[in-house]
Design a protein around this ligand. Sequence first.
Ligand code: DC
Length: 224
Amino acid sequence: MSFNVAIDGPAGAGKSTIAKKVAKELGFIYVDTGAMYRAIALYLLRNDIDCENEKQLEEALAHLEVAISYADGEQQVLLNGENITGCIRTEEVGQMASRSSAKPIVRAKLLELQRSMAAANDVLMDGRDIGTQILPDAQLKVYLTASTGARAKRRYLELREKGQECSLEEIEREMEERDYRDMNRETAPLRQAEDAVLVDSSDMTIQEVVDRIVELVKERSVWK
Ligand code: DC
């Protein structure tokens, strides 16, 4: 049987950075489900589709296929066969992903892909509803969070490092907006599963969080 770790939490909590490192240490596969929602969002943006228009959305979903592959251990996202991994990390795509992922038909489209990956592999899967909906029987669930201030500051420094002009206030505002929508939607809202371990990374280094999760995995498995 495969070993599944579910990591959920708000935007900018460091889920992907940390999950990637933990996966590498344990030899697990890292599955970034946010990237799948971003792939759908990119399709909607490219085709000028209004996700509030149910008919348009349904038709769009019938015309798109999301698939995952790995190159040098890095997850690649394919949209109708095109590798779009490099096109999905923008604020515009993130906001559209947050809006469209509130729609049950969008979530239903990705459910099987996510569950089948976890059934076939030892995975660290991150997202918003992994512990609550996708993998309710995961051997370990982690709810990774940090204060809004700490998350916004990290995102700000990350963007500045890439040479992008940005304002800390604007990042904080957009983050709060996205958190609110992700936590208050009707379908699969972001929340901590009852049996999830809460890790608040506000005052922790990346390595400290990685060590904590590796320790939790080892505690729950025969892993040596
Ligand atoms: O983690 P991220 O920023 O790449 O996710 C983008 C959006 O996708 C996020 O705002 C909400 C949505 N999402 C979701 O609803 N469920 C998931 N399992 C992962 C992401």
